[in-house]
Design a protein around this ligand. Structure first.
Ligand code: ZN
Ligand code: ZN
Length: 349
């Protein structure tokens, strides 16, 4: 067993407290990672505060992990001590089903093992990156290119791949027109990716406050999502719409802005079931879709793509004692654009 300092939360109305966490010994194909930074994802906040109803406490969240390899098992092939690496939303899957064999681990027929709040193969609950070290099988570890700092690469492990995967799946490219709804933690990495892929990229957001940031990061157009004129100005315009917001949108109105064979992809999850008129899909043969994070191979492709194109998350670094305050600001959408915990501050509490 490896003992590490972590920050955990004991219940939905509690605050984060120091905790000693046990990590498993490094197995034959395991990598021990000294964590340098861990991003704070909106999912962390929802999970810690029990909003999904399935939180196992005490909880150590964190699935945007960046650090350095400090030990490897004897069978490790891909990594060496000192390598800069990352871990995202999943740390294991069955490795045997047809989807795993096809490199589609997030869709494992037997359920992938999430980085925290998930039973692993040994029957233990996984605990995430708000901790000094983590042990992960090398098959679920990503290499962080030298061009990316660990601090700004960390959010790419969830926010980055969440946007990159649908952009690739639905072929964002030079002939495509892409809309991204919401310019926050997800949208601010999706916009430069869409632009770097060559797509004409339009941002819809609730405020104009972030327009300058969006243009700086590659947006071609930026409009208020509450402006009714967007639905006529962009009627039949988009090949792909990525919604990053957890709000119940006017689906019929947004579907009306899709071109022939266009797809609307939900990345944010509305609290209530959605409703729409099926004619909104029949016209222009449109699709309404969802997606999980990308596979391990696609996540590596995303990191390499970001390194080649100079795409990083814009971060605000916080200390371990500031996690609760950061959560309040995430819940209030008051962050530009991703909080990242400096893990070196965990030991000083
Ligand atoms: Zn996340
Ligand atoms: Zn599987």
């Amino acid at each position: 067993m490896i003992m590490v300092n972590a920050r955990s939360i004991a219940g939905p109305d509690e605050s984060f407290k120091p905790m000693e966490l046990h990590r498993r010994d490094v197995g034959p194909t395991d990598v021990l990672i000294d964590i340098a930074y861990c991003g704070i994802c909106h999912t962390d906040v929802s999970r810690a505060r029990g909003e999904f109803g399935t939180t196992h406490y005490p909880l150590v969240p964190g699935h945007e992990i960046a650090g350095t390899v400090s030990a490897i098992g004897p069978g490790v092939q891909k990594f060496a001590v000192g390598d800069r690496v990352g871990v995202g939303c999943l740390v294991d899957s069955c490795r045997e089903c047809d989807y795993c064999r096809a490199g589609m681990e997030p869709y494992c027929r037997n359920g992938h093992v999430r980085t925290y709040n998930c039973l692993d193969r040994s029957g233990q609950y996984t605990q995430g990156g708000y901790s000094e070290k983590i042990v992960v099988d090398e098959g679920y570890v990503l290499r962080i290119p030298d061009a990316l700092s660990l601090e700004s690469a960390a959010p790419l492990l969830c926010a980055g791949i969440t946007l990159y995967s649908p952009l690739r799946r639905w072929k964002a490219g030079p002939d495509a027109k892409v809309a991204i709804i919401g310019f926050g933690g997800l949208g601010h990495v999706g916009v430069p990716m869409s632009a770097a892929l060559g797509a004409h990229t339009v941002v819809f957001d609730l405020t104009m406050d972030k327009a300058a940031d969006a243009y700086r990061r590659g947006a071609d157009e930026y409009r208020l999502s509450t402006d009714p004129a967007i639905f006529t100005d962009f009627a039949g315009a988009f090949d792909l719409i990525l919604s990053t917001v957890p709000a119940n949108l006017d689906y019929d109105a947004f579907l009306g802005t899709l071109a022939l064979d266009g797809t609307f992809v939900n990345l944010g999850v509305p609290k209530n079931p959605i409703s729409l008129d099926v004619f909104s899909l029949l016209n222009n043969r449109r699709s309404l879709a969802g997606t999980l994070v990308g596979s391990i191979a696609e996540t590596q492709e995303m990191l390499d793509f970001c390194a080649e194109n100079g795409i990083v998350a814009e971060t605000e670094v916080v200390a371990a004692d500031e996690i609760d305050a950061a959560y309040d600001r995430v819940a209030a959408s008051d962050v530009r654009y991703r909080f990242v915990i400096d893990i070196s501050t965990l030991a000083t509490a």
